[in-house]
Structure formats: C-alpha cells, structure tokens
Design a protein around this ligand. Structure first.
Ligand code: ADQ
Length: 767
C-alpha cells in the first residue's frame, strides 16, 4: 500500500462519523506493510517525514474532530514498517511514533525487506495476481521470508493488542497475518482487504501447493475478507472451494474453525477533496501556470506509479499510432506523462523505465518539432495540488492498465472535473471500469483501439462530456471512501454477531469439564461414535482413512474400561470395519445401520432385505461417475455410494443434485432412500439409519452416561434418537440437532483421550 492509500484510509476511517458509528468506542488497529510516514536521521536526530502530507493531514483532521466534539471517536493505532531504522534508534522511534502519530513501528532489516518485499511480495505475488505469470519468481527463500515477516507482524501486534480491538489488515504483503492473529486471539475482530486483483483459479493455482493453501488459510483467518470487485471475490471463493474444499453459501465460507464473510467493497476516493481542489489558491496558481506554458494544446494526461501492470508502454504506442493516423493533430496535442518512481531494485521495473524512456524519445524524435514536444515526460512524485492542477487542465485522462485492482487515478480525474469538461479513457482491465462505464472503455492490448478512443475523446461534444461526468460523479459521491470504510467495518462487526450465534453452541471449556466430570462419576457408559470426519480427518479417497496406531490404541483403552461400551457407527461396509477395527472390543455399525456387531462380535443384518434394486441403479451411478472425472461408485452389501470428493467441486456442485433428482424419481414408491452425505450420495433402505442402530444398543436404560459424536448429515439421525439425558456433539460449525458443536476432529480425539486417561488412572489405582 502506498502513501496515497495510507492517507485515504486514515482520513476516512478516522473521520468523526465513521469512527463513532462503526466501532462503538472500540479501538481500530490498521495494519499495513508500510506506515504512512518515513523515518530519517538528520544531524543525529530522528525526523519523521509524513508521506507527502498523508498521515499528517489525516491525523490533523482526526485531532480537530476530537477537539470539536465531546463524544470522543474511537481510538486508533497504525502498525507497519517505518522504513529502515538503525537498531540504536529504534526505541526512540517507537516512543515518538506512539506519542505523536498513534503508530507502532515494526522494524525489518534490509535483508528481510529484500526477500520479503522485493522478493515474495513484488516478484511473486504482484506479477502473478496481475496476470504476468512469466514475470513470477517461485523462490523458496522468498516464501520462507514472507512467512517469517507475517509472523513477525503477528508477534509485534500481540504486544500491543487489546481484547476488544478491531483489526483491519491491508493488502497482499500480509495475507498470512489474519490466521496468525486468529490463532493468538480467537476473539479479535479481524478484517482483511486486498487492494490488488485476486486472480482466477487457473492462475492462482500456479503457486506451489503449500504456498497457495497457506495463503488461502491465512486470509480465512479473518472474519471478513474484502475485494474491490465481484470478480475478485468470486475468484477467491472458487480457489477456496477447489483448493481447500470449503463450500460457500451467500458469500460465507465455513472454514475449518469459523465462519468467514467474503464480500465486495469497491474502494472510493475522497470526492470532496478532489472536487474542492481547484478552489485552492495554490492549485489555481498551478493551473494558470500550466495553461500559459501549454497554451493552444489539447492535453492528454497519464499519471501512474512505474509499473508494468499499468500499461504505460501500450499507452505510448497507442498515442504514437494516433499521431501517425491523425496528422491534423500534430502541434495541437500533448501527452503529459507523469510516472512515480516505484519498487526500485526489482529488475522488471528497471527494464520498464528504460523501455518507457526509449519510447518517449522515439515518439518525440519522430513527430516533434521546434515549439512542439508530443510527449512531456516527468519521472517524479508530484504533490497533491500539482496533481489536482494536472487533472483540472487535461482534456483527456488516459488510463490503460493491463490489470489493476481498482485504479484511483481514473476516479480522481472524474471527481476533480466539477466543470463537467474532459473525457476519461479507461481500460476494461481496471476494477474501476465496473463503476465508470460512461468512460470510453478500451482494451489496452489493442493500440488501434487506444488511438481511436483518443480521437473520439478529443472530439467529444462538451454536452456529452458533461452528461457522462455527471453520471460518474454521482456514483463516486455515493460510494466515497468514507462509505467504503464504513461499509467494510460495519460488515465486519456484523459478521462477528453471526459467528457469536453459531459459536454459542460450541463446546465450551465449562461444558467440556462437566462432561468429563459426568463420565468420571457414572457407572455404565455408552459411546456412539461416527468414524470418518469424527475419529479421523476426511481424506481424498475413502481407502486412505484407516486408523493410525494411536487412534486404535485410544479406542482399545476406552473400550478396555469395563464400564464402557464403545460403538463405532459408520456408513462403510462391514468388511472395511472388520479389517480396521474388528480385533478391538467394539460395537460396530456398518452401512449406516444395515449391519450391526454387538459384544459377541457376530455381524447381524438389521432386517432381511432384497437387493434386487442394485441391478437397476448401479448402471446409472456408473454413467454419472464415467462422465465426471474423480467420481466413483462403491458397492456395499445393502447400499451403494457415489463418491465425489476427488472430482472437480464446481462440476460436482451441478452434477450431484442432478443425480439425486434422477435417483429420487427412480426410487419413488420403493423402500429406498437417497441421502446426501459429505461429498457422497448414498442409496440405502428406508428405516435403516444410525438412529435406528443406536436404539439397538439402548434396549434398556442401564446407561447413565451416553455420548454421541458425528460430523455428517447422516449422524443427525442418532443425535435425534439418543435420549434427552445424552450428550451429543457435531464436528464442524454446522447447524445441528446435537447439543454442541466442536470445531475439528482433532478435538474429539482430545476429549476421548481425557476419558481414556481417567480410565487408565482408575485402572492403575485399582491395581
Ligand atoms: P496503485 O497501484 O498505487 O494502488 P492507484 O489506484 O492508481 O494505483 O493509486 C495511485 C495513487 O497514487 C493515486 O491516488 C494517485 O493520485 C497517486 N499518484 C499516481 N501518480 C502520482 C504522481 N506522479 N504523483 C503523485 N501521486 C501520484 C493499488 C492498486 C490499485 C488500487 C489501489 C487502491 O494497484 O488497483 O486502486 O491500490 O486500492
């Protein structure tokens, strides 16, 4: 995030209304790679340079608002890197930054910045997310440094965070941070906003497996993840589904441990500031000066950071073609090209600078003459008033990124033109194009399109210019940067409310203790446990889910306690259960209750059944499996299953409902039922389910402790069948008939270990 965004965020978020309405007095902690000021040492003294007025202006308005109102707005803290600072001066910088700027610096060495900032951030993520895979560097040392720096930010934050802080993390430098923070403080409200595009799955997947999974999981540590456009939001959700397998509904993802909202917040600008800029004396002076030096020329403006994603060379080529095809404009038009230095040290940027300068030289050499320079090129940062003056005098603003998360220059130009004059030419690859369709929209890869658009813009009638500007300005005014920040923070707090409702069923430490205490004091206990997803995490192929020695030992020791009856209730066939668990003193339920094995270890059918139906339905299931790579059919004795965990999740999302529909039609008026489980569609006999199976163990009421645990829709049957005095737990944060939710199967194992340790202790005592 550069200074401009830093400014925008402070200015809007800390404005009186935004702060008060959104946060109800809670402190806002903004985290970004860079702090909006730099630290220098001058004559042995530490000097803070606000990044071209960004933080200074933002904080000045914030302080002013505090003085004018008795109701204090929310406090804030800004956490980020302040630039390189010698170790001996760091304590002083921390003190000053906290006292004067409400900022908390995170110090990084030059070497760390090299691999983290120039490396993973700007040589890996930036090119890949902007669809430049050939520029993308996949270097393990960069990735390792990225993880370390994100952890370093988390550690730094831990020392300053308060329990009820609202944390807003910004941009691609810190995509792992939300997860690290969540692990440290599960109760924090954490928002994340990505300022660059989130690429389509096919591009994102180019990242090595561990990196792409960690990045998605990292982002999902937040409670709210925001993007500029609907496309980026959709791309992210697609990657989450395809890579992590987390489903989403209404833009909410059920991640491993909490609900995450993923939504679109197109970042706005401070419209009033730009609209009012031309009334400022200094800007007016600059406007006069520009007009007098460039008199008689139509002006085309180009303003960007130096970046290959901004399409600066394409723009120059388009302009060159325009001059070539429209000689009548020679001497009557000039392209003002202002490029801000950026990411000095990354090789592509150095190359690009040279390429741009060569192109500018070529165009000026080819078309220029005494008294007319076709391209006026400046490689520097310009202060706000000069920028506003450039916007105000330009007849055309030419914005041609090859990819851009949003592009604020386009919005700033429109907002500055209160006079309604001027034409915006905008690339369809910029996020801003969604909100500014009245601009002349071009494809930046087609220089002929740029050339034609330039002519159209220069000749557009003033009335038409005004009409388009008014429409765009109205939109920018409605969703300005304050609305954007407000909207994000309000949504973030609302997500926490939804989570709280779901989490109220989470097995709390107190409930955990109560269950363990009841276990300890009881005389006859029944455990009714699902297998896949409950005792083991779900795996890609059902054949790979066999119990490891530790799990087998745990079940053995639980079942060894004479007070305990342990039943494993599974949808699997009895051969598999026999193979994996048959030697243990367990009760077993196979095929969701079609087969039962009691203490005598003899398998019995729950009721006599005819399986004639399989002959008809199996071929249909096979056809559906053939059509969808990764799906397969499992034939069991009394049921069949169509598994699709390994299939393309989006194709499966369409195909599974179709199959279910087909099967429901065929099975109507039979004693078969079609049941959707976790990535599986099953056909089985009606009346046979885990609930009915559970009742077979509950023939008398000798048990004074009953615990049922499952993770799947099919386990709901036994949650409903168990008596009211039983404890029941569903793994995963899904709505359930069970009494409690538990986040992951690992916690089930912990709970069972707690019981087993009591049994062991008892066994030892009685020895
Ligand atoms: P950037 O890539 O930096 O931002 P952009 O949105 O255009 O791109 O913002 C640039 C800012 O810098 C603007 O506010 C502009 O006024 C300013 N600027 C540009 N040239 C300047 C110059 N020569 N002198 C002074 N100021 C100059 C990233 C993403 C974008 C996304 C923003 C915000 O790449 O897609 O719009 O974040 O989320």
């Amino acid at each position: 995030m550069n200074w401009d965004k830093a400014f925008i965020v402070t200015d809007s978020v800390l404005s009186r209304d935004a702060a008060r309405t959104n946060l109800n007095g809670r402190r806002l902690v903004i985290v970004s790679n860079r702090l909006p000021f730099n630290v220098d040492v001058e004559d042995g003294r530490v000097v803070f340079h606000a990044s071209a007025g960004g933080l200074v202006t933002g904080l000045a308005s914030f302080r002013e608002s505090r003085e004018q109102t008795s109701a204090l707005p929310a406090e804030h803290l800004w956490v980020g890197w302040p630039g390189s600072v010698e170790a001996s001066l760091q304590d002083e910088v921390v003190r000053e930054a906290l006292a004067r700027f409400q900022s908390y610096p995170v110090f990084l060495t030059e070497e760390q910045m090299e691999h983290f900032y120039l490396g993973f951030c700007n040589a890996t993520i930036w090119p890949l997310f902007h669809y430049f895979p050939s520029y993308t560097v996949y270097q393990k040392t960069f990735w390792e440094q990225y993880k370390q720096i994100n952890q370093l930010f988390a550690d730094a934050l831990e020392s300053v965070l308060r329990p009820d802080d609202v944390v807003w993390v910004h941009d691609y430098h810190l995509m792992l941070l939300p997860r690290f923070l969540k692990a440290l403080r599960p109760q924090l409200s954490i928002g994340f906003f990505l300022h660059i595009p989130f690429p389509s799955f096919e591009v994102f997947r180019l990242l090595p497996g561990e990196w792409r999974r960690d990045i998605l999981e990292g982002l999902l540590g937040a409670d709210l993840v925001g993007f500029h456009t609907y496309e980026y939001t959709h791309h992210f959700l697609q990657s989450v589904l395809r890579i992590l397998g987390y489903e989403y509904q209404m833009s909410q993802v059920l991640a491993a441990d909490h609900i995450v909202k993923v939504d679109t917040f197109p970042m706005g600008i401070d419209v009033d500031k730009f609209a009012g800029a031309t009334a400022n004396d200094e800007t007016e002076r600059e406007i006069r000066q520009l007009k007098s030096t460039l008199t008689g020329l139509k002006l085309i403006l180009s303003v960007d950071r130096l970046d290959y994603s901004k399409g600066i060379s394409n723009r120059l080529e388009g302009y060159e073609l325009f001059l070539e095809s429209n000689p009548e404009y020679h001497g009557k038009v000039a392209l003002l090209m202002v490029v801000v230095p950026s990411r000095i040290g990354v090789v592509q940027y150095e190359l690009m600078k040279r390429q741009i300068e060569e192109l500018v030289g070529k165009i000026n050499g080819r078309f220029g003459r005494v008294g007319w320079t076709p391209v006026v090129y400046q490689y520097r940062h310009v202060p706000f008033n000069s920028l506003a003056a450039l916007y105000a005098v330009s007849d055309v603003c030419l914005v041609t990124p090859l990819r851009d998360g949003m592009n604020l220059v386009a919005k700033e130009y429109v907002a500055t033109r209160g006079d309604g004059a001027g034409v915006l030419i905008l690339s369809e690859m910029a996020g801003a194009a969604k909100e500014l369709p009245e601009a002349i929209i071009i494809n930046p890869n087609d220089r002929a399109e740029i050339a034609t658009a330039l002519k159209e813009a220069l000749e557009m009638p003033p009335m038409e210019q005004q009409k388009r500007h008014r429409l765009m300005q109205r939109r920018l005014r409605r969703y300005n940067v304050t609305r954007w920040a407000n909207d994000f923070l309000t949504t973030l707090l609302a997500v926490r409310e939804v989570q709280k409702r779901v989490e109220s069923k989470l097995l709390s430490p107190a409930a955990w203790r109560e269950i363990v205490a009841r276990y300890r004091s009881s005389r006859r206990r029944l455990f009714f446990l699902d297998y896949d997803g409950t005792l083991t995490p779900l795996v890609r192929h059902p054949g790979l889910a066999g119990p490891d020695p530790a799990r087998r030992e745990l079940l053995r020791s639980l079942a060894a306690d004479r007070k305990n009856t342990v039943v494993i209730a599974s949808g699997r066939g009895r051969q598999t259960l026999e193979e994996w668990l048959g030697d243990l003193p367990l009760g077993l339920v196979a095929e969701h209750g079609a087969w039962l094995r009691f203490g005598d270890r003899v398998w019995r059918r729950a009721k006599p059944l005819s399986n004639e139906w399989k002959r008809h339905l199996l071929p249909i299931l096979e056809i559906y499996a053939d059509r969808m790579a990764g799906a397969f059919v499992e034939e069991k004795e009394d049921s069949v299953a169509w598994h699709y965990r390994m299939a393309d999740p989006e194709q499966a999302g369409l195909c599974a409902p179709e199959l279910i529909d087909h099967l429901l039609n065929l099975s109507a008026k039979t004693d078969l039922q079609v049941v959707q489980g976790n990535k599986v569609v099953e056909i089985r006999h009606t009346g046979l389910n885990k609930g009915a199976a559970a009742l077979s163990w509950l023939t008398d009421d000798e048990y004074d402790f009953i615990l049922g645990i499952g993770d799947d829709a099919t386990d709901e049957d036994f949650f409903k069948a168990l008596p009211a005095s039983a404890y029941s737990i569903r793994v995963g944060m899904t709505p359930t008939h069970a009494q409690y939710n538990i986040r992951q199967s690992g916690e089930v194992i912990d709970l069972l270990r707690a019981f087993a340790s009591l049994s062991d202790a008892k066994a030892k005592e009685s020895q």
